[in-house]
Design a binder for this molecule. Structure first.
Ligand code: BES
Ligand code: ZN
Ligand code: ZN
Length: 510
């Protein structure tokens, strides 16, 4: 879907449907809608349909303009109560409005830019108590582009839906400001990333194999000029990536340790930002086999790797001028005659030895080698890993909040702040040294699982052993947030693409 700017007096705003956003309080209209009701939309001001519209989140109304109006349809999308307004509400409302257009086969919907004015903002990021237009514009466009996303590739039936809208118009009366254009460009970039991440994550493990992820990364590298290194299992083993190799040992699907690098001219020698994503394309638990219930959901155990690929897609689209490296350790975790076993002791890339208690705690093993390798080879200015790492993080924080831990409050704090503004919530858990006690081993430097609870923290504590102290590092546990069972508008049921927005913002802001 194209985004098209149109500058014209409001009486000449043409579109197949004109979209407005409405608070959940009778008569409490944002200024842009008020203006419309006072001018060319007088007919709407008097209609019962407007009075009947409640403005609840997810509520959408379709109204038909009287003959002769340049926009034959008006779509109202609910924002919920004014005092509870957050940009996330607008993102979802925009998504629901565009989905309505899709359902109806509306080819060229549009929204007036002034429809985003006057939204209350009690916190930072405000301009005289209202949200800056730039960020609301981005929410609206990202919401539209990601809200329309659906994964239908593997369906052969019931495909008779109308085509997607061809364009989304943005109507304004003044010349378009460069910062508005930039917001829309960022929205396009991040939505491309989010949608890629969702497609990869929702895809079954017999489609998205490690080789498929390597192929996706290679195509991206060719398209955007990234450097790429797809290290196969034999090479990984010979390089000393022993923890990664142990997890991959029983998989018939070839494993790949993928290194992707965006180093635009002039940045080649800068210390890069390093993003690491867990890429377990199916987690059976290995010899410590998981129970059968919901085992099909373990196809999503590569959501971290998919999020890193999504960030690179967004970087490629936006042409960022900074050096960024992505490391994706990708493999299945399977049982079998060659599988690693509880009780085995592995030698990791860092040289530290690990006693295996559970082969189902495999994510931290592939990540610990990626962290140590990435730190040594790239000497990054910061490292962030993102992983569907522990069921314990779901117990602690549920499905709408990801756990964040690390060795730098500056870094974890800024990730939390960036995420909060983008509808991605991160909450810290305490990464105190005492949590290492449960990881102490009789036979090796550490065990891969602690027996003292605090599962999400102990997993992070394990990872911390592989991060040099001087490199700021954050660990994002997205086991709960990578997947949703409820349709929010912005995201249908299934894979969410969680993390892409925040990490894209992080690489832009540093
Ligand atoms: N991939 C799982 C974590 C997970 C659970 C992701 C639910 C998404 C949804 C991870 O590899 C795992 O199995 N973790 C174990 C660790 C335990 C053995 C210490 C867990 O959380 O139970
Ligand atoms: Zn596991
Ligand atoms: Zn796993």
């Amino acid at each position: 879907m194209q985004i098209e700017w149109k500058v014209a007096p409001s009486s000449q705003w043409q579109a197949d449907a004109l979209i407005f956003f409405v608070f959940q309080k009778p008569g409490d209209y944002p200024p842009g809608l008020k203006q419309f009701l006072d001018s060319s939309g007088k007919w709407l001001a008097d209609s019962a349909a407007l009075a009947d519209f409640n403005g609840k989140p997810s509520e959408v109304a379709l109204l038909y303009s009287p003959d002769g109006h340049p926009a034959p349809r008006i779509i109202l999308a609910g924002l919920g109560p004014r005092e509870r307004f957050e940009p996330e509400r607008l993102r979802n409302a925009s998504a629901f409005a565009l989905r309505k257009c899709h359902e109806l086969g509306v080819a060229r919907p549009a929204f007036p830019l002034c429809a985003l004015e006057g939204f209350p903002c009690p916190e930072a990021g405000s301009q005289e108590g209202t949200w800056a237009l730039d960020s609301l514009l981005r929410e609206t466009v990202t919401g539209a582009l990601a809200g329309l996303h659906q994964f239908k590739l593997l369906k052969t039936r019931d495909l008779a839906a109308p085509p997607l809208p061809e364009s989304l118009g943005i109507l304004c009366t003044e010349p378009v400001e460069p910062s508005w254009r930039q917001s829309v460009e960022f929205a396009g970039s991040e939505a491309a990333g989010i949608n890629l991440t969702r497609d990869l994550t929702i895809s079954p493990a017999n489609r998205v194999t490690p080789a498929f992820l390597a192929q996706t990364a290679s195509e991206m590298a060719a398209k955007f000029g990234f450097r790429i290194d797809t290290i196969d299992l034999a090479t990984a083993r010979s390089m000393g990536l022993g923890a990664f190799a142990a997890v991959a040992a029983a998989s018939e699907e070839p494993a790949y340790f993928i290194v992707l690098e965006h180093a635009p001219a002039g940045s080649e020698n800068d210390p890069p930002l390093l993003l690491i994503g867990k890429g377990i394309t199916f987690d059976s638990g290995g010899i410590s086999l998981k129970p059968r219930e919901k085992l099909e959901e373990m196809k999503q155990d590569m959501a971290g790797a998919a999020a890193v690929l999504g960030v690179f897609e967004a970087i490629g689209h936006s042409g960022l001028s900074k050096r960024v490296v992505g490391i994706l350790p990708c493999t299945e975790n399977m049982p079998g005659g060659k599988a690693y076993k509880p009780g085995d002791v592995l030698r990791s890339y860092s040289g530290q030895t690990i006693e295996i208690i559970s082969t189902d705690a495999e994510g931290r093993l592939v990540l610990c080698d990626a962290l140590a390798y990435g730190a040594k080879r790239f000497k990054p200015c910061l490292m962030v890993d993102i992983a569907t790492l522990t069921g314990a993080s779901i117990i602690a924080l549920g499905r709408e909040v990801a756990a964040i831990m690390g060795n730098s409050e500056e870094l974890t704090g800024s990730i939390r702040k960036l995420g909060a503004a983008l509808g991605e919530r991160f909450w810290p858990l305490p990464l105190w040294d005492l949590f290492f006690d449960g990881l102490k081993s009789e036979v090796a430097d550490m065990k891969n699982v602690s027996d003292r609870g605090a599962g999400a923290v102990c997993a992070a504590m394990f990872l911390k052993q592989f991060v040099p102290d001087q490199i700021p590092w954050a660990h994002l546990d997205i086991a709960g947030t990578a997947w949703t069972d409820k349709d929010t508008g912005f995201c249908r049921k299934g894979a969410t693409g969680f993390g892409v927005r925040t990490l894209f913002e992080l690489v832009k802001s540093r």
